[in-house]
Design a protein around this ligand. Structure first.
Ligand code: C5P
Length: 412
């Protein structure tokens, strides 16, 4: 898993930086190439020469180094790596990452990358426990950043508690897991997410309350299993995950075009809350009150049904097509009927009625409906639902012949 891979190792300024030297040695021994990046603070703890000599590679430290930029620009540097590892990740580096600051080489590389990032935090226990650090950690996890440690134990400052950087062997194992190919390696999966915006005029639109959280979590989980994900998203309130191909759209019709352009795919997961109708008489210019007290009459036209269209493709249909069904009553019965109507393989149904807190919330309680019936899942975080669904999708695609269920009825 590690042999032949290129790891960009960012060494931050903490006493644990000395362990980054051993980590470099272990990575080299495992057959990886290590490109070291040393922050200014990091250089107070280990010397550039030691790190560069152990890595057997040129060391990078300055953002505005004309020679380095001419040889390999910082964008290229972060993109040429298979994985970015930050060890030690100090409280300051974590804060920079969580807020997207880019004021030195390390933080700029971390902001510019489209690769997976693994951090090994190390700091004083009070700094680790501080609400600001815990807030930043939650943000980073939400962004798909992988973490290893910190471990509890005695610290260089004499205190005891969580804050010790994970041992080099542990970090090596986490690097191996992060670089592992995963069961969906090389599989192309299309995921739609978020609401759509249907214009009324150039400044007004019709939308819905979808945050895009479940679709985003699912795309992240699928990418985590190695899938090559095309993420077609409407204007969501949560940012798209790392490590996926993002296609931003506004309207249902744009979403359909983007999905069609993304095919072929082995699986297509339609988590977007697509508007059923668009405004047929949308104005080219901003509509104005005319003083008569009257109101404009909007006319609606039905939008294409992306899920049904893809489910019923005669050629090039993905082996697995999954739809979502947000229901407010008779969830399983309505979703089972929807599965048949649209012709998809699975429906992920959930109850979005008032009081469930599911729409726009962090948790979801789903019923998975497939050819063999309905399965109720317990209430879980959307991240956990995503991980379990991604694992099920991987299992399904691993079957020798995926049982794509043909449409049994005409589309809606
Ligand atoms: O019919 P309903 O909107 O409840 O179906 C929900 C499922 O269908 C979701 O998977 C949604 O992404 C998909 N859908 C679609 N295109 C539409 C409407 C819904 O792909 N125009």
């Amino acid at each position: 898993m590690i042999a032949g891979k290129r790891v960009l190792l960012i060494v931050g300024g903490g006493i644990a930086a000395y362990k980054a030297l051993e980590l470099t040695r272990l990575l080299k021994k495992a057959g990886a190439s290590v490109v070291p990046v040393l922050t200014r603070a990091g250089a107070e703890f280990v010397t550039p020469l030691t790190l560069s000599a152990l890595a057997g590679e040129k060391l990078y430290s300055e953002l505005f180094d004309l020679t380095d930029e001419a040889e390999m620009g910082h964008i290229e540097l972060s993109r040429a790596a298979d994985l970015l590892v930050v060890a030690p990740a100090t409280a300051d580096l974590m804060a920079k990452m969580a807020t997207g600051q880019a004021d030195d080489l390390a933080s700029t590389l971390l902001l510019a990358t489209d690769k997976r990032v693994l951090i090994a935090p190390a700091m004083n226990v009070r700094m680790w426990d501080h609400p600001a650090t815990q807030r930043n950690l939650a943000t980073l996890k939400g962004d798909g950043i992988l973490t290893v440690g910190p471990n509890p134990g005695e610290m260089a400052c004499g205190e005891f508690g969580p804050g010790r950087m994970a041992e080099p062997a542990e970090i090596l194992a986490a690097i191996g897991a992060a670089l592992s190919d995963g069961p969906l390696k090389g599989r192309h999966v299309v995921v739609t997410s978020g609401p759509t915006h249907e214009p009324i005029d150039p400044v007004r639109y019709i939308a819905n309350r979808s945050s895009g959280a479940q679709g985003t979590a699912l795309a992240r989980a699928l990418a985590g299993l190695g899938a090559d994900v095309t993420f077609v998203t409407g204007p969501a309130t949560v940012p798209p995950p790392q490590g996926v191909r993002v296609v931003k759209v506004e309207t249902a019709r744009e979403m359909l075009s983007a999905v069609e352009a993304a095919l072929p795919a082995e699986a297509a997961i339609f988590a977007a809350a697509v508007a059923d109708w668009r405004v047929a008489n949308a104005a080219d210019r901003k509509m104005k009150k005319d003083g008569s007290g009257g109101a404009p009459a909007l006319e609606f036209a039905e939008n294409p049904d992306i899920l049904a269209t893809v489910s019923q493709l005669k050629t090039g249909r993905p082996a697995l097509v999954v739809g979502f069904a947000a229901e407010t009553n008779d969830v399983a019965a309505n979703a089972t009927a929807k599965r048949a109507r649209k012709g998809c393989d699975w429906i992920v149904a959930n109850d979005v009625s008032a009081g469930t807190g599911i729409m726009g919330g962090a948790e979801n309680a789903i019923t998975l409906i497939g050819p063999d019936g309905a399965e109720d899942w317990p209430r879980l975080t959307k991240d956990e639902v995503a991980r379990r669904l991604a694992a099920r999708i991987a299992d399904q695609l691993a079957l020798p012949t995926t049982s794509a269920t043909p449409a049994t009825e005409s589309p809606e």
